[in-house]
Unconditional design. Structure first.
Length: 315
C-alpha cells in the first residue's frame, strides 16, 4: 500500500511541564497505529507561540533526537489561531491533526478519527464536549449562550461544544488555508468550508499539567471575534434601535405632557437616544477595525526559528 503521512500539529504556549507527558503519549498512540497500519508515517509539528518558559529548549531537544519532530517558533506571541494556521500551512501530511499539548484533546482518539476519515465517508473527524464538568458555572453559562446567539445570527452553524481537535484530509486543509483572513475564528472557519464531519462525543478533560492561559475575559474577547467574523447582524441593530428609539420618544413625550415636566422628557430622551447612538457607533467601529486590519495585509505570524534553522546554527 502507498505510504501516507499524518501531520500532528501542536500549538504550544508555556507547555514545559506537560510536553514530556504529551510526547510519551503521542509516541505510544502513533506506535500502535504504525503496527496496525504499516503504511502510515508521522510527523510532529509543534508551534511555539512565543513561550516564556523552556518550551523552545525542549522542542529543540526533541528535534535533535528524532527527525520526525519539527517545530516552528514565532518571533513573539501571535495567539493560538495563528499557531493553528501556521501548522496547517507548513505541515507536509496527506492528513493533518490539530490537538493541544495539555492532553485535554486525548491522543488515544486519533486512531478512531483516522478510521472515520479513511473510510471515505467523512473528510474530517473532530471532538465535541458533551459536559463541562470542572468548568466554572459562569463560564459554562456564557459558553452555552455564545453558541445559541451565534447560531441564530450567523448563516454558519457551529456545533455546541465543538473543539479544535480535528483530523482532516489534505483537501479540507487546503480549503482552510485559502481563507487567509487576519482575524481568525477557526471554529467558524471549520464549519464555513463545509466537508463531511464526524463528531466524537467526549467528556471534559482537565489539563495533565501546567496552568491554562485562558480566562473569562480572553474567552469573551474570542467570542466577539467569532460574532464579528461570521455575522453582520450587529450592524442591523442600528435599524432596530432606531425604531425602538422612535417609539420611546413618543411615549416619553406623552409622559412629559401628562406630568407637565418638559425638562424630564428632554433629559430622558437625550440619554436614551445618546446611548443608542454610542452603541451603534461602537458596533460599526468594530467592523471598521476588522476591515482596517485586513486591508493592511500584515502576516498572520512571523517565524523566528525552525528546527532546520537551529540545526544549521549548531553545525
Amino acid at each position: 500500500m502507498e505510504k501516507e503521512l499524518i501531520s500532528l500539529i501542536v500549538p504550544c504556549y508555556n507547555e514545559e511541564e506537560v510536553l514530556p507527558l504529551f510526547r510519551d503519549e503521542i509516541l505510544r498512540v502513533t506506535g500502535k497505529m504504525k503496527s496496525r497500519f504499516p503504511h502510515l508515517e508521522f510527523e510532529f509539528l509543534f508551534i511555539n507561540d512565543g513561550s516564556r518558559d523552556r518550551t523552545l529548549d525542549i522542542l529543540r531537544e526533541y528535534s535533535l533526537a528524532d527527525s520526525r519532530f519539527r517545530y516552528i517558533s514565532f518571533s513573539r506571541n501571535f495567539g493560538k489561531e495563528a499557531g493553528m494556521f501556521a501548522g496547517l500551512e507548513n505541515c507536509k501530511g496527506d492528513y493533518a491533526v490539530i490537538l493541544d499539548a495539555d492532553l485535554q484533546h486525548p491522543p488515544k482518539l486519533i486512531p478512531q478519527m483516522y478510521e472515520y476519515v479513511r473510510s471515505g465517508e467523512f473528510d474530517c473527524a473532530g471532538t465535541r464536549r458533551v459536559s463541562r464538568k470542572g468548568e466554572p458555572k459562569l463560564l459554562s453559562f456564557f459558553s452555552e449562550s455564545f453558541y445559541k446567539v451565534i447560531n441564530k445570527i450567523s448563516q454558519t452553524y457551529i456545533i455546541n461544544g465543538a473543539q479544535d481537535f480535528r483530523f482532516m484530509t489534505r483537501q479540507m486543509v487546503d480549503a482552510i488555508l485559502s481563507m487567509r483572513e487576519y482575524s481568525r475564528f477557526s471554529k467558524g472557519i471549520f464549519s464555513w468550508v463545509g466537508f463531511r464531519t464526524k463528531f466524537i462525543e467526549i467528556e471534559n478533560t482537565e489539563r495533565a499539567a501546567g496552568k491554562t492561559t485562558w480566562n473569562f475575559w480572553k474567552l469573551l474577547k474570542y467570542s466577539f471575534e467569532g460574532i464579528f467574523a461570521f455575522s453582520t447582524f450587529p450592524l442591523s441593530l442600528a435599524v432596530i434601535f432606531a425604531v425602538i428609539s422612535f417609539i420611546a420618544a413618543i411615549v416619553l413625550l406623552i409622559f412629559a405632557i401628562i406630568k407637565t415636566s418638559e425638562m424630564l422628557g428632554i433629559m430622558c430622551l437625550i440619554c436614551f437616544i445618546g446611548g443608542i447612538q454610542l452603541f451603534c457607533l461602537g458596533t460599526l467601529g468594530q467592523y471598521i477595525a476588522k476591515a482596517y486590519l485586513e486591508v493592511k495585509k500584515r502576516p498572520i505570524y512571523i517565524i523566528g526559528e525552525t528546527e532546520e534553522i537551529y540545526k544549521k546554527r549548531k553545525e
